[in-house]
Design a protein around this ligand. Structure first.
Ligand code: RB5
Length: 147
């Protein structure tokens, strides 16, 4: 699985720890920045990771900012992106099973790194259930394509 990663300056160090964690788990990733703690706009990284995943080049994305909110809103503006903001593993798991989320967002000011690792584990290991959930995803896609 190839993972696109991005964060703003607030979540730069958090992102670095996440990269190390998922590398040790055997995942391949590309870091789309930010590459330092210099102030940037989370929007750029949300759009870039969103486009990397929507293009199909990356199967999943992980994005982070202070709360995880701003960057998730930006990522969700990219057609085909279903980005979830998570601060606990239950929603991470269910967001995969029911919503087929393709980007995970977390807040560096909200979630400690050890909790983030548990969230990531659930999110990366859980599959979409399909079935009754598929129709709802298709409704979202249809709406997206017609507006
Ligand atoms: C940056 O100050 C902050 O607004 C950002 O990291 C994030 O929390 C936005 O949602």
């Amino acid at each position: 699985m190839r993972i696109a990663i991005g964060a703003d300056h607030v979540a730069y160090e958090f992102k670095e720890k996440i990269k190390e964690y998922i590398r040790d788990k055997g995942y391949q990733w590309t870091d789309f920045g930010a590459h330092s703690k210099e102030r940037v706009d989370y929007t750029d990284y949300g759009f870039t990771v969103g486009e990397a995943v929507a293009s199909g080049e990356y199967e999943r994305g992980i994005v982070c900012c202070g709360t995880g909110v701003g960057i998730s809103i930006a990522a969700n503006k990219v057609k085909g992106i279903r980005c979830v903001v998570c601060s606990e593993p239950y929603s991470a798991k269910l967001s995969r099973e029911h919503n087929n989320t393709n980007i995970l967002s977390m807040g560096a000011r909200v979630v400690g790194i050890e909790l983030a690792k548990m969230i990531i584990d659930e999110w990366l290991q859980t599959s979409f259930e399909g079935g009754r959930h598929l129709n709802r995803i298709e409704q979202i896609t249809t709406y997206e394509n017609n507006h």
